[in-house]
Design a protein around this ligand. Sequence first.
Ligand code: KG4
Ligand code: ZN
Length: 338
Amino acid sequence: MNILGIESSCDETSVAIISEGKLLSNLISSQDIHKVFGGVVPELSSRAHLQMLLPLVKKSLNETGILPNQIDLVCATAGPGLIGALLVGLTFAKAFAYSIGKPFVPVNHIEGHIFSGFLMEEKPEFPYLCLVVSGGHTLLLLVEGDTEIKKLGSTIDDAAGEAFDKVSKMLGLGYPGGQKIQETAMNQRSDFVDFPIAQCKNEFDFSFSGLKTAVLRFIQKEYGDPAKIPIKDAALIAASFQKAAIEALIKKTEKAILKYKISSLSLVGGVAANELLRNEFKKLSIKYKKKLVIPSLQFCGDNAAMIAYRGSKLNEANIKYNLDFNAFPSMNDYSFIK
Ligand code: KG4
Ligand code: ZN
């Protein structure tokens, strides 16, 4: 079985091919154009997807030696994400599936992330606790099967990645912020500022907006103008912020490990690329003797391999989709997360 996956929910255009369960190709093109604007500009994102998608599909087919009519299943991200960007990938995928007379499967982007650990050699074992940390979502989940996903908690305001991006902007470090904060904070002490960790009503919920505001207040109080922050202090603030953000994620994860019977632990999404967070998860897995699966970096950020994998599982579950399936902007529109 040859599966084509397409991802175009935000600022990465990605195409992947999984053949007989093996990932043969996973091409990712990141859109640099947004850097000058300090964030993703939706219209530019759609145009860049339109430009990149066909060449990437051709390249992916070429490098695997698979012909278009040898594709058995076409999967694409249908949401959540930027609607214009989603429509580019989704419409392409539907047209491709129609032209070769093969089924099409729409994939929820977050569910793609949730199961991205299965792209690794060592796979998670059900039931597993999964922390999803991306630019738009922060979710703590109990994953009991391919279609049984229980939401334990989520962010009540900003997503973890969003907080990294905003604080990076405040410190003048640029976009995308997660990587910049990590690099700037490297080898710096993290006790320069004692930033708060939010308490939430639901014990497994997260909140990052207070932390973001605390960083802003600190900058305004100490330096007045963000442009006046000395480079050394920016690095110390970045390290203090990173520590607080990660501590919040780890605290809730540890609470859930203690409460639920799980076989594995998984950390997924763009922020899962963070070294400190990966290390803290390793410590948790050793402390509680749980199998840990964190995808390698190519599968943490947005990629089509996870979309192809997720689509293949929905297909195996015999779920049928029509070509009139539309793109959706919000998480709750179509998802197996309950
Ligand atoms: O999953 P993803 O690629 O896209 C979404 O679905 O949102 O996540 C992107 C997020 C961005 O907020 C980015 O700043 C963050 O992941 N990120 C990181 C790191 N690398 C990317 N955050 C912290 N540390 C990193 N090393
Ligand atoms: Zn993502």
